[in-house]
Write a protein that binds this ligand. Structure first.
Ligand code: NAD
Length: 435
């Protein structure tokens, strides 16, 4: 039966007598059923999309995580491209055009601002996830926007977006700082580490290797790759095969992945092993930050000690010294040698420690904070739990010193003074620092 045979007023049919009647009734009812179920199905899809959260709770499942993280706010179109191009445009002779991933993060914000100040083009990329208070990331974004830096909201796993960015702005360098940070959280949400630090890194490298020209890539590894090593100070030549956390393991994996992409595709790759970075606009999940908050609020703070009352110490490194190291690495990075996914010669592959070279016991950190905040801390001494933290870190920085004159200049007292001043200005000094 064709559509023409269907009467406009089916009720007028003499149902029983028509030779078509059974076929028509069957078809009509199945059409109605089909329409009904199509609506139900469409409805479900609509409900699914509208109900799905833009950010998921920390313990969400991997599938939910990837759906959430890949969700990007709208991008594309001439106005968007113009913004990307303008942000990435080099404004000084011999300047670089740098894609900074994790630009709304602590280190990313400082590095982006420093690059922009000296006339480099900077485009940020960040997924603004809620590992810690996203409003702090938004505040950093606003800060960067004021100096003309645009942060595209998106995930490093979104290959389509990454490709588009390289189409619009042919970056000379990538400063890759986006990652799932923190050692303890890895026990709560291991998949977020695999998602950002392994899968995300591979997606980024895939796009970089296909880019023409290929950019040079500088990326953040971590001092945590030294894991349970006891020989100090830690040197780049030391073993890194006994990580104490999944975070450390993903950073170590990143170093091996970097080797592979350098070897196969001629990508110039430099890994930076940061040692406990602190400073203004820092990360609320780090001890110096939440100690400050809790001391001001009169809450007790846990001070860990290792077995046999062993001291726990960190090579705390002030953010400005880390920024200097990042710029030094960027400026000495050689070009990638491949193009369009093909290697044309061997390329540079480096790993540097960036630390302060003077570890300070955590109890001393607390004493400095007490003096600066003029509040006595309620210390609660506890055994160092085996959930990712190591007893101490200490960087040997002679390689970075030799290659680009790296020399940290800020001691912990001076750096914490700048941090606490920022903290009190941002959150206030009273009990309202609840964030
Ligand atoms: N701060 C330190 O003490 C320290 C020490 C060693 C290594 N690192 C490394 O340095 C880098 C920067 O650290 P930070 O302290 O600024 O951390 P951060 O968490 O403040 O910054 C990371 C940023 O990356 C973003 N991000 C995470 N996953 C992403 C994804 N899949 N796609 C897009 N954006 C994503 C986050 O939203 C965040 O803004 C990280 O790679 C971290 O592992 C930091």
């Amino acid at each position: 039966m064709t559509m023409n045979n269907i009467p406009s007023a089916p009720g007028k049919f003499k149902m029983d007598k028509s030779p078509y009647i059974h076929r028509f009734r069957w078809q009509y009812s199945s059409l109605a059923k089909l329409t009904f179920w199509s609506f139900v199905f469409l409805g479900l899809i609509v409900v699914f999309f509208f109900k799905s959260p833009s950010t998921s709770p920390p313990n969400s499942m991997p599938s939910d995580l990837s759906r959430r993280s890949l969700k990007t706010s709208s991008w594309g179109g001439p106005a968007w491209e113009k913004r990307v191009r303008s942000s990435a445009r080099i404004r000084s002779s011999n300047g670089l055009s740098v894609l900074v991933t994790g630009a709304a993060g602590f280190v990313g914000t400082h590095v982006s601002a420093a690059l922009k100040r000296r006339g480099d083009g900077v485009l940020g990329l960040d997924n603004f996830n809620d590992y810690y208070d996203p409003s702090l990331k938004r505040a950093r974004q606003a800060l960067l926007e004021r100096s003309g830096i645009y942060i595209v909201e998106g995930d490093i796993n979104d290959v389509t977006l990454l490709k588009k960015l390289f189409e619009v702005a042919p970056f000379t360098h990538v400063m890759h700082l986006a990652a799932q940070a923190g050692v303890r959280y890895a026990m709560e949400n291991p998949s977020s580490y695999v998602h950002s630090n392994i899968a995300g890194f591979v997606s980024l490298l895939e796009v970089c290797k296909n880019a023409n020209p290929q950019p040079a890539i500088i990326w953040a590894s971590s001092s945590s790759v030294y894991g349970l090593n006891t020989k100090v100070p830690f040197s780049e030549k030391d073993r890194t095969d006994q990580p104490a956390s999944l975070y450390a393991a993903t950073k170590k994996a990143g170093e091996e992945i970097a080797h592979t992409y350098n070897h196969i595709y001629g990508l110039s790759l430099t890994g930076l092993r940061f040692f406990t970075v602190y400073g203004p606009w820092g990360r609320p999940d780090m001890a110096y930050f939440f100690f400050t908050r809790d001391i001001l609020k009169g809450k007790s703070i846990p001070i860990f000690e290792a077995a046999n009352h062993g001291t726990v110490a960190r090579d705390f490194t002030y953010i400005d010294d880390i920024v200097k190291g990042c710029l030094g690495a960027l400026d000495t990075a050689e070009k990638s040698t491949g193009s369009g996914g093909k290697k044309k010669g061997s390329a540079q592959l480096r790993v540097f420690n960036l630390g302060n070279t003077s570890p300070v016991p955590v109890s001393e950190l607390v004493s400095i904070l007490e003096r600066l905040l003029k509040v006595k801390a309620k210390r609660k001494v506890m055994k160092l739990p085996r959930n990712g933290d190591v007893q101490f870190t200490h960087a040997n920085i002679s390689f970075a010193q030799r290659e680009f004159g790296y020399k940290p200049t800020t001691d912990l007292q001076t750096g914490l003074k700048k941090f606490t001043r920022w903290y009190v200005g941002y959150y206030g000094s009273g009990k309202k620092g609840d964030h």
